[in-house]
Design a protein around this ligand. Sequence first.
Ligand SMILES: [Zn+2]
Length: 226
Amino acid sequence: MGILSNKISRDEVRPGDHIYSWRTTYTYAHHGIYVDDGQVIEFTHTPTAWTSLSKSSSSTKLPCRICRGRSKSGGVTSSCLDCFLGGGNLYRYEYNVSGAALLFKVRGGTCTLAASDPPEDVLYRANFLLRENGFGVYHVLENNCETFAIYCKTGLVSCKKNWLGSSGQATAFAAAVAVIALPGPGFCAYNVARLINDVGMPWRRKSGNDVIKVPVEELVATRKPA
Ligand SMILES: [Zn+2]
């Protein structure tokens, strides 16, 4: 792993790591928590009737022999590392980086200023959420696979309504839209937006602001359907 890339080999991945893999020509990344023995816990969108139908009619691929394609059910699920990567490379998300390091990584959704809790805390949250399938409803910007992995690593959630949550990808996407609207100085604005909206930014943790630390039992109780 270096300054330019978070890419790692399979030998380097450790239990409790937040890992990700790029999809569809680097347009977005899929995130999860590496558990052990090649298992990953992840948060995925629930397939709609239409996507299930189109998948079953267009694909004759058999389910994976290791995890049996468990992640296809949606919500908090587990899969094997091969299914998680989907043929892509393995990357490790970085925590506790400096503001300069965050800005140096031009792509959003690869690192954060926030510090990670110890691996045992991370694995406890991930396994609890898996058992209860309790991370709520998937939302591409506000409650996605990156939000899930950041929560497992830090216990931090964004509680502000209509906010971009803790996802670096979502913040970068919103900032990029602003750049398209305002080219030139927009690139500078893009990076400033990524930095000030990072989940680890102290102003987001201060009383009255939106990021708070929530025990996993409490989170599940508030997100489970009544
Ligand atoms: Zn599999």
